[in-house]
Each structure stands twice: as C-alpha cells, then as structure tokens.
Design a binder for this molecule. Structure first.
Ligand code: CDV
Length: 316
C-alpha cells in the first residue's frame, strides 16, 4: 500500500441546538463528496461532530443531556454516513458523545476503514472545565460533569498503510498525548476540536492568543514526535457562542501544510507522505538513542507540581 495518505480535514461550521442529526450528517456527506472529488481517501471531522457543543449548557439533572449522546454507532442517523463512505471507499474519523450500554458517558472518536467497519475507538482523556455550575465564568464548560475521562489510553493503529492515532481537542495541548503515541511510532495524529474563542476565566485573552496556543500545541507535538497532525475545528457561532476555526495540517517538521481561513463547512485536502516522518524519528528524535527515562520518573510519580528536587549541595 502507498505510504501517502491523502487526508481531508473536514471542518464543520456551527451546529445549532435545533439542528437535527440527519441534517448535520447530510452536511458531513456533502463534505465527504467534496473531499473525494479532491482525491482524499481519509476524512477527519471534528469533536462532537453530530451535535452542538452541549457542555456549554448546565443541567441540574445530567440525564437531560443524554439526548446529545449516541447509544449505537452507527445508529439510524449515522448509517447514511457509513453507507456513503463505503460507496466512495473513504476511510473516516469523527467525534461523538458515547453512551455505553452500561450507562457510561464518554467524549469519543473512532476510526472507520474504507469498508465502513469501525476499527478503532478513542475516548477523550484530558477533559477540561468543571463539574458544577460556576457563576464566576463568562460561560460554562461542563465536560467534567457530562463525561468520564477516557479509559482506553492513547493507542496507535495500523491504518491506511501507516500508524495513526487519535486525540480530542484539549488533548492536543498536552505533550504526553503525542509522546505516548510517538512511542508507538505514530505517523499521523488526527484530532477534532471545539475551542471557544473566549477564555471563560480571562477576558483579556484574545482570539489571536487562542489561535497561537492552538497552532503552537499542534506544531510542537508534530515536530517533537516526527508525525503529521491533522486538527479539525467545529467553528463559528453555535447557540450564540463563538468557536474558533483553525483547521490545519502540520508536517513532521512542525510546519503548517495548510489551514482553513474561514469558519464554515469546508475541506482542507493534503497529501501526506508518511515516509517524511522517518528523518526526525531516525535522527534528533530517535527515542531509543536519546531518551533518558531514568530521569523522567517524576512524570509518572506526580500529577501536579510538588517540592523542588534540588538540594543546596546539589544545585538544581
Ligand atoms: N473542547 C475542548 O476541549 N475545549 C478546550 C477549551 C475549553 C480550552 C480546548 O482545549 O480547546
């Protein structure tokens, strides 16, 4: 199989509360057809692609939020997406809210192969925000209320002729996300995001600051692990709340290969030669030769920061 993955980063414009799943899936199919016409064989959609970003809304009774969750994948509303993907021979990845048969709630994303089979699942690990209503914030971000932290780790799969891993939104800001996948030889990280353009706890933070942090995180993760990163936004004003755009593809050098400059539905198609990951993996980021795990113990021992380890006679 070719080592080139022609990937489509399929940005969605806003999904309003009143939009039906069927209407949103219709838009996703239109993007898939456009991506196919541009030569893509793997399409990546955003986090919580099928709904509005509901964690911005507080419900005293969290069960009220179950309306935004999928009990089956594919289900009646998403089956047409799977059917179209199979007909076009398009592999895909998208995010959705998962409600398991045991009643557990996860912010999930999947890899679907060209035959329409779900071959991989990832559940978001770094859940931002808070559990309870917070009147101090300009808006709520209740992912910690409505989801459990993912329980599947950060696996990498042999997919589309390469090594592909998934992350979701806030995960992209954490070096551990990429490094755990880097240690499995990841060549393409695909992730979707819903990033409010305002920081609910810091009014002075500008949209430019938010975009800078987004690019910085994706570009650093790509470079330091010699992998492509495909980051896909749900963008625009959703239920009166603005989400940034910034759908982009980064190469293993950390360079931007392309970025959408709007906040509507649209595809960014990029041919990614996975062999371009080899140089970084075999030189400056040859982990086997250069990592010094004997000095990294604190990363697993501590979650938050603690006392400095340096002593007076042993300068830190
Ligand atoms: N959906 C997210 O995870 N959003 C966060 C916001 C809250 C900062 C993000 O990291 O983009």
């Amino acid at each position: 199989m070719s080592r080139i993955i022609t990937v489509a980063a399929a940005q969605l414009g806003p999904n309003q509360k009143a939009d039906s799943r069927a209407a949103i899936v219709g838009r996703m199919i239109a993007l898939m057809e456009e991506a196919h016409g541009k030569g893509a064989t793997f399409i990546v959609y955003p986090e919580l692609a099928l709904t509005t970003f509901f964690p911005r809304w507080y419900a005293e009774d969290r069960a009220e939020m179950d309306q935004w969750f999928e009990r089956a994948m594919p289900g009646p509303d998403t089956q047409p997406l799977f059917d179209r993907a199979r007909t076009l021979g398009m592999a895909m990845s998208f995010g959705y809210a998962e409600l398991t048969p045991e009643g557990r709630h996860f912010n999930t994303s999947i890899l679907v192969d060209r035959s329409g089979r779900i071959v991989a699942k990832y559940r978001k690990i770094h859940l931002p925000g808070h559990v309870d209503y917070d009147p101090e914030r300009s808006h709520q971000h209740l992912e910690k209320r409505y989801f459990e932290p993912g329980d599947l780790g950060f696996p990498v799969w042999e997919f589309e002729g390469g090594r592909v891993g998934m992350a979701i939104c806030n995960d992209r800001r954490w070096p551990e996300t990429y490094r755990v996948m880097g240690l499995q030889g990841v060549e393409m990280v695909v992730l979707g995001f819903n990033t409010p353009s305002a920081n609910s706890q810091r009014a002075s933070e500008s949209m430019a600051d938010r975009m800078f942090h987004h690019r910085l995180s994706c570009q650093a993760g790509a470079y330091q692990n010699a992998t492509f990163v495909v980051a896909v936004a749900k963008a625009g004003t959703e239920d009166g709340h603005h989400l940034t755009g910034g759908t982009l593809v980064v190469d293993p050098n950390g360079r931007l290969l392309g970025e959408l400059d709007h906040e509507a539905d649209g595809v960014l198609v990029v041919a990614c030669d996975l062999d371009e990951t080899r140089f970084g993996k075999e030189t400056i980021f040859d982990f086997a030769r250069h990592r010094r795990v004997e000095h990294y113990g604190l990363i697993l021992e501590r979650t938050g920061p603690g006392a400095p380890l340096g002593r007076p006679e042993q300068p830190a």
